[in-house]
Design a protein around this ligand. Sequence first.
Ligand code: AP5
Length: 235
Amino acid sequence: MIPRRENRVGINVILLGPPGAGKGTQASRIAAARGLIHVSTGDILRDGIQAQLPMAMIAKALMDRGALVDDETIIAIVRERLMRADSHRGFVLDGFPRTVAQACALDAIMDERGHGPLIVVNLVVPEPELVRRLAGRRICSKCGTNAVQATASLACGQCGGALVQRADDTEAVVRDRLSVYRRSTKPLVDYYRERPTFRIVNGAQSQDGVANELEILVDDVIVSATASSIETLQY
Ligand code: AP5
């Protein structure tokens, strides 16, 4: 078994992938298993909408039609979160970066804060499966948790809140989100592809299968990072 090295090297994971690829699902699992913070820009925006924050209410109109929120706002949110002391052990970023401008900003943040390399994972899932997953997704109207799909329950297993469809999971908006992904986010694969810490994972297997692959590849990158210069591995 490969020894865990979390205490020596910060584990900083980015999950790239289209809407419905399983970024949120897997980010929660890695973060919980390794004691990392899970930073979901989508969840932060939805929490802000729930709390009726002015910034989030502007974002809501964009989110509801599947468009991206402006880079400046999103970068400021992530920067503030990654500069807090509780992120130094590592983080899992889910839904960020989504544009090349956001990826450049993240590199600058990593230069400033240090604490280990970026592990960049691209979750690949065929488009018909993405559409199927998002059409069937139900979330809790109170706590935002994804419902377990196998249950026919109408209530959230965590808090009992009513299960609803996300406003941007209607078929038309999903099509728009996929097209925004192809235009603005997919180019990030080329941005990161040459880095020694870039990996591709088949996201079209069971959730446990994806989680196992991620577990192995994170250990693999951490072992490489401790065997060579962390600074060299960062880019
Ligand atoms: P965000 O909330 O980030 O949405 P997304 O990227 O479109 O991703 P999803 O949450 O839809 O999917 P996911 O990949 O997390 O999949 P999940 O695990 O939930 O962003 C929403 C909006 O906020 C954006 O459109 C934009 O407006 C704005 N925004 C956010 N970040 C931004 C940024 N950086 N810049 C600008 N704007 C930003 O899984 C989906 C479903 O599939 C679930 O039901 C799940 O149970 C199921 N599932 C998961 N894995 C599997 C599996 N292996 N097999 C079968 N089913 C599975």
